[in-house]
Design a protein around this ligand. Structure first.
Ligand SMILES: Nc1ncnc2c1ncn2[C@@H]1O[C@H](COP(=O)(O)OP(=O)(O)OP(=O)(O)O)[C@@H](O)[C@H]1O
Length: 960
C-alpha cells in the first residue's frame, strides 16, 4: 500500500538566551493561530507546525512527532530531519540538553521520548513478536563513521537504548558532522497459517550547520549556498524535487541524490518512501536574519515535495495446508524443476534453429534471462530468504544402513566430522538432484520432443491470442491451468486437446511476435503519428505559401529598387560634388583666416558628409534585395525538401498501419474459426472421457512389470482420488479467478493461493501420469534413474534421505514448494513491473512526440511571423523608395530616416536570428514558471542589498 504524502515542516524558534548576543531586537515570531512564521518586514512563511520560543520539549513532541509512531507500527518508514543555523537547538530538540538521564525527563528530546513510546506501544500488541535495532552514524564530509562501534545493535528495552545513546554521544565529533540515528522495528505475527512481517525504520537526522557563501543566481539575485558538500547537495535535491515540472512529470532518477553520501542516505526521506518531517530551528534575532531566511525558504520548498509512503510488509506461510497430499507436493517441486530444465534445453535447441523469427528468438532469450534472474534471486538475495534447515542425522543407524561404508571407518568419525559430512551431503544431494534432472530430462525430451515442440508453440500462440497480463503472465501458461474464462467454457476438457485446438487455429498467425492487443495498440500509436505528420505537413505548406508570396513581392519590387538605386547614385554624385565645393571654400577661408566662413563651412561639410553616408547606406539597402531573394529561395527549397520527407514518412506509416490492420482482421477471422473448432474438440473429448479406463491407458509401450489385479485396482483408486483432489483444487482456483474477474483486484494472499493451486494441479497431473505409467506396466522414468545411482556418496545420501520420516519429508517438500511459489510470485511481480514500465515508457514517448510536434509548430509559426514582419518592412521600404525615385518631397529628410530604419532592421538580423530570439523569448516565459507556486503565492522574490563593513556582510531586504 502506498500513500502520497507531502513532507511536513515544523519551525521551532529558539529562545534568545541560547544565542550569545548583546543585541536583543527580534526579526521574526511564530503565529500559532495560522501556523505561520512572521518576519518583521510582514513577510510570512506558512509551515505545518509553528513552534514559538517558549514551547517546551513536550509540546514539540506531542504536536509534531507523536503521529509518526503509528506510521512506524503500521510498517512505514518515518524520518525526522533537523535543519538550522548553528546553536539554534537542533541537537537539543532531538536529544535534549546533553544527555544526562538523571536530569528531568521533561527536558528529554524527541528521540528518547520516541523510544519510550515505541517500547510501550509495541508491548500492547501481545500477539506480535518484535525486535528493535539501533544504528547511529556520523557523516563527516564523505566519510561515514559508526558511533556505536558495532553496526546495528539490538535493544530489548528502554534502558538498552538509552545506554546506546550515551555511548554514541561520547563518540560524537563536535559540530562539523551530520548524524543519522536509526531505529529498525521488525514485527511478525501469525494469522491463520500465514506469518505477517513488517519491517520499518525511524530515522532522525541532525544536520550540522554550515557557513554560507553568497552568489548571484541566473536572475541576478543574491543567493546563499552552504559550503558543506552534503548540505549543498541536499539543497539541490530539494530544489529539483520541488520544481513544478518535476511535481508533474518528474523522474526520480534525475534527482542528484548521488552527489553526496548525505543525500544518498536521505534518499528515502526526500521524495522517497518515508513519512518525513523537516524540523527547522531558527533564531529570532535581527543579526541572524539571513540564516533564518535561508532556513525558512528551504522549508517552504520542502513542503511541496511528495513522498510515497509505503507499508513494508510481506507474508510467509507456516504450516502445510491439509488439502495438499505429500505426493502432490513432491511432484509439484520435482516436476516444476524438471519442466523448467526441460524447457530451457528445448529453448537452447530452438535458439540454434535459424528458421525462427526474430520475435521468437527474442522471446526465448528473454525467458532464459528471466530464469537466470530467478535462480539468482532464489540462491541468495530473495526476500524473505529461506534456506533448508539442516536435517538431523541418525548416527547409529547410518552406519548399519549404508552397506557400502566400512564400519571401522565410521567408528572413527568424530562429532565435527559429522557436521562437515552433513553439509557435504547436502551439497552432494544438490549435485545428485541436478544429475537426476538432466538424466530424466534427456529421456523425457527424447520421448516427447515432438510433443514438447508443439506445446511450446502452442503456449506462445495461446499467449499471443490473449490480451492482458494474465494471459501472457503467470496464469494460464501451462496446459493444466486454465483461466476462469476457459474453465467456464470447458471445465472438464482435457487441456492438451484445448491447446491443440488453439494451435490449429493459431499456427498460421502473423509473421512477427506481437500479440493481438499489442498490434491494436500499435495501430493506435501509428494513427497518432500519422495525425502528427499531417499537422506538420499542413503547417509547413502554410509556411511555404507565406515564403513564396514574399518572394513574389521581392521580385515585383526589383524595378522600383533599380530606379531608386540610379536616383541615389545620381544624388550621391551631386552631394560629393557639393562637398568638394564646400571643402574648397573651407580651405580658402582657412587661408584668408576668415573665422566665420570657416565655421559655416565646417557645419555644412558635416551635414553633407552625413547625407552622403545616408545615401550610401540606402544604396546598399537597394542592393540587398538580390541577396534577400536568394535567401528566401533557399529557405523555400529547404522547406519543400522537409515537406517531401514528411510526406514520405507519412506514407510509410500509412502502409504500416494498413499492414497491421489487415493482420488484425485476419486474426479476428481466425479467432472466430478457432472458437468453433474448440467447441467441436470439446464435445469429442467429452465422449472420450466417458470411458475412464480407456483414458488411463495413455502410453502404448510394451509392459515390463506385471501388476497383480489388487495392485492395479489400488493404483486406479489412487488415480481416482488424485483426480478428485485435482477437481477440488480446480474449483478453488476457479472461485478465486471468478472473484478476480468481478472484483478486479486480489489481495496478496489470494494471489499466492492462486499460484499454489496452479502448482499443485500441475503436480497432480504429473502424479497421475506417473501412476498411469506404472499401471501400464512400465517402470517410470524417475524410478529407473534412481536405480542407476552408483556413486558411493550418492547412495549414502539416498539412504539418508530414505531415513527421513514423513514429517521431515513433508517439511522438506513444503519448503521447496514454497520456494517455487515464491519464484513464480516474484516472476509475476516482475512481469507486472515490466508492463508498468512499458506503459510509462509509452506515455513518455507520447509526451516526447507531442512536445516535438509543438516545438516544430512553434518554429514554423515563428518563421511565418518573421516573414510577415519582413513583408511589412519591405512594403514600407518600397513606399519610401518609390518616393525617392519620383524625386518629390524633401529627399534629405527621407533618406536619413529610411537609412536609420534600414540599419535597425539589419541589426535585428537574418530570419534565423529572429527565430532564435523568438524561441529565447518563449524559453524566458517558460522559465518564469520555475519558482514553486507556493513561493509565488506567498513570498515575493526577495531582493537584497549586500554591503560590507570591515569583516561583516550586511544584507538588507529591499522588497517585500
Ligand atoms: N528551545 C530551547 N530551550 C532551551 N535551551 C535551548 C533551546 N534550544 C537550544 N537550547 C540550548 O542552546 C544551546 C545550543 O543548542 P544545540 O546544541 O542544540 O544547537 P544546534 O543547533 O544543535 O547547534 P550546532 O548546529 O552547532 O550543533 C544548547 O545549550 C541548548 O541546550
Amino acid at each position: 500500500m502506498t500513500m502520497e504524502i507531502n513532507i511536513e515542516t515544523a519551525v521551532r524558534i529558539c529562545p534568545i538566551s541560547c544565542r550569545s548576543s548583546s543585541e536583543n531586537s527580534l526579526c521574526l515570531q511564530a503565529n500559532l493561530s495560522n501556523n505561520t512564521i512572521e518576519l518583521a518586514n510582514s513577510q510570512s512563511f506558512p509551515v505545518n507546525y509553528a513552534i514559538p520560543a517558549h514551547s517546551s520539549q513536550t509540546v514539540l513532541y506531542n504536536t509534531v512527532i507523536t503521529p509518526l509512531l503509528n506510521f512506524l507500527i503500521e510498517g512505514c518508514d518515518v524520518s525526522v530531519v533537523a535543519l538550522g543555523q548553528s546553536e539554534t537547538g537542533k541537537t537539543y530538540s532531538l536529544f535534549g540538553p546533553g544527555f544526562h538521564f538523571a536530569a528531568s525527563e521533561t527536558e528529554h528530546g524527541i528521540i528518547p521520548r520516541f523510544i519510550r513510546d515505541l517500547f510501550t506501544k509495541v508491548k500492547q500488541y501481545r500477539d506480535r513478536n518484535y525486535t528493535i535495532h539501533i544504528t547511529w552514524s556520523q557523516i563527516c564530509g564523505e566519510t561515514v563513521q559508526d558511533l556505536l562501534g558495532a553496526g546495528s545493535v539490538e535493544c530489548t528495552d528502554i534502558l538498552d537504548a538509552f545506554q546506546l545513546i550515551q555511548l554514541g554521544m561520547s563518540n560524537m565529533a563536535p559540530k562539523c558532522a551530520h548524524t543519522l540515528f536509526t531505529l529498525t522495528l521488525d514485527q511478525e505475527w501469525i494469522i491463520d497459517t500465514a506469518v505477517q512481517h513488517r519491517v520499518s525504520t525511524a530515522s532522525f537526522t541532525d544536520l550540522a550547520s554550515s557557513e554560507k557563501i553568497l552568489v548571484y543566481d541566473n536572475n541576478g539575485l543574491v543567493q546563499s549556498l552552504p559550503t558543506d558538500s552534503g548540505l549543498l547537495a541536499l539543497q539541490q535535491c530539494i530544489t529539483a524535487l520541488s520544481e513544478p515540472y518535476f511535481l508533474n512529470y518528474g523522474n526520480i532518477n534525475n534527482i542528484p541524490y548521488g552527489q553526496s553520501v548525505l543525500t544518498t542516505l536521505l534518499k528515502d526521506s526526500f521524495g522517497g518512501r518515508a513519512k518525513t518531517i523537516l524540523l527547522c530551528t531558527v533564531s529570532p534575532l535581527v543579526e541572524d536574519f539571513a540564516e533564518s531566511l535561508y532556513t525558512l525558504q528551504l522549508a517552504l520548498r520542502t513542503q511541496t515535495i511528495k513522498n510515497f509512503v509505503t507499508v513494508n510488509s510481506y507474508t510467509t506461510f507456516q504450516n502445510i495446508q491439509d488439502n495438499y497430499d505429500v505426493f502432490g507436493l513432491q511432484f509439484a517441486t520435482n516436476q516444476l524443476l524438471k519442466l523448467v530444465a526441460n524447457a530451457e534445453e528445448l529453448f537452447q535447441k530452438l535458439l540454434t534453429n535459424s528458421s525462427l523469427a526474430k520475435g521468437e528468438l527474442e522471446q526465448i532469450s528473454r525467458w532464459l534471462t528471466f530464469k537466470q534472474e530467478c535462480e539468482e534471486c532464489l540462491s541468495e538475495n530473495s526476500e524473505p530468504h529461506r534456506s533448508l534447515d539442516i536435517i538431523e542425522e541418525e548416527e547409529a543407524e547410518d552406519n548399519t544402513s549404508c552397506n557400502t561404508v566400512n564400519s571401522s571407518d565410521s567408528d572413527e568419525i568424530d562429532e565435527d566430522q559429522e557436521q562437515d559430512n552433513s553439509q557435504s551431503n547436502m551439497e552432494k544431494f544438490e549435485v545428485m538432484m541436478k544429475n537426476f534432472k538432466i538424466l530424466t530430462d534427456e529421456i523425457v525430451s527424447s520421448n516427447y520432443s515432438v510433443h514438447s515442440n508443439v506445446n511450446v508453440s502452442t503456449k506462445d500462440s495461446f499467449c499471443n491470442s490473449s490480451s492482458e497480463y494474465h494471459s501472457k503472465g503467470a496464469r494460464g501458461r501451462r496446459g493444466s491451468i486454465h483461466s476462469a474464462e476457459e474453465l467456464r467454457n470447458s471445465f472438464s476438457v482435457d487441456s492438451k486437446i484445448c491447446e491443440e485446438a488453439v494451435l490449429d487455429s493459431e499456427d498460421k498467425k502473423c509473421e512477427d511476435s506481437l500479440t493481438y492487443e499489442a498490434k491494436k495498440k500499435l495501430v493506435k500509436k501509428i494513427l497518432s503519428v500519422i495525425e502528427g505528420y499531417q499537422k506538420q505537413i499542413l503547417d509547413l505548406q502554410k509556411t511555404i505559401q507565406v515564403k513564396e508570396k514574399f518572394m513574389q513581392r521581392l521580385v515585383k519590387n526589383k524595378n522600383t529598387e533599380n530606379n531608386t538605386r540610379a536616383k541615389l547614385e545620381h544624388q550621391c554624385q551631386k552631394l560629393v560634388k557639393e562637398y568638394d565645393k564646400v571643402n574648397a571654400a573651407y580651405t580658402q577661408a582657412e587661408i584668408n583666416k576668415d573665422g566665420d566662413l570657416e565655421k559655416k563651412c565646417q557645419v555644412k561639410l558635416a551635414q553633407l558628409k552625413k547625407k552622403i553616408n545616408d545615401a550610401e547606406s540606402l544604396k546598399v539597402l537597394t542592393e540587398e534585395s538580390n541577396r534577400k531573394l536568394m535567401e528566401v529561395e533557399n529557405s523555400v527549397h529547404t522547406s519543400k525538401k522537409q515537406l517531401e520527407k514528411l510526406k514520405k514518412c507519412k506514407r510509410k506509416e500509412e502502409k504500416r498501419k494498413a499492414m497491421y490492420e489487415a493482420q488484425l482482421k485476419d486474426e479476428r477471422k481466425r479467432m472466430g474459426t478457432s472458437q468453433d473448432s474448440l467447441q467441436k474438440q470439446k464435445s469429442s473429448v467429452e465422449t472420450k472421457n466417458s470411458n475412464e479406463n480407456k483414458q488411463l491407458v495413455v502410453l502404448n509401450r510394451t509392459p515390463v512389470i506385471n501388476l497383480s489385479h489388487e495392485n492395479a485396482e489400488s493404483l486406479r483408486h489412487e488415480i481416482r482420488n488424485l483426480r478428485k483432489t485435482r477437481d477440488y483444487l480446480l474449483e478453488q482456483r476457479y472461485k478465486i479467478d471468478t472473484k478476480a474477474m468481478h472484483k478486479k483486484i486480489l489481495n496478496e494472499l489470494e494471489e499466492r493461493k492462486l499460484l499454489q493451486y496452479e502448482e499443485a494441479i500441475e503436480a497432480i497431473d504429473l502424479a497421475m501420469e506417473y501412476k498411469n505409467e506404472v499401471l501400464c506396466g512400465h517402470i517410470p522414468v524417475i524410478a529407473k534413474s534412481l536405480e542407476q545411482i552408483e556413486e558411493k556418496g550418492d547412495k549414502m545420501l539416498m539412504d539418508r534421505l530414505m531415513k527421513l520420516n514423513e514429517t521431515e519429508m513433508r517439511i522438506l517438500l513444503y519448503k521447496y514448494f514454497q520456494k517455487i511459489v515464491d519464484l513464480r510470485n516474484s516472476s509475476k511481480k516482475l512481469e507486472l513491473q515490466v508492463v508498468d514500465i512499458e506503459n510509462q515508457n509509452e506515455n513518455l514517448s507520447c509526451r516526447v512526440q507531442s512536445l516535438s510536434h509543438t516545438l516544430q509548430q512553434v518554429r514554423l509559426e515563428s518563421e511565418r511571423r518573421i516573414i510577415a514582419l519582413q513583408h511589412q518592412h519591405e512594403n514600407k521600404l518600397q513606399v519610401v523608395m518609390r518616393h525617392l525615385a519620383s524625386d518629390s518631397g524633401d529627399n534629405d529628410r527621407v533618406v536619413s530616416r529610411v537609412s536609420k530604419h534600414a540599419l535597425a532592421f539589419q541589426m535585428a538580423g537574418t530570419s534565423k536570428q529572429g527565430d532564435k530570439s523568438l524561441i529565447a523569448r518563449f524559453t524566458r516565459y517558460a522559465r518564469q514558471e520555475t519558482v514553486p507556486k507556493q513561493l509565488q503565492a506567498t513570498v515575493s522574490v526577495p531582493q537584497a542589498i549586500v554591503t560590507r563593513q570591515k569583516n561583516k556582510l550586511f544584507i538588507q531586504q529591499t522588497q517585500k
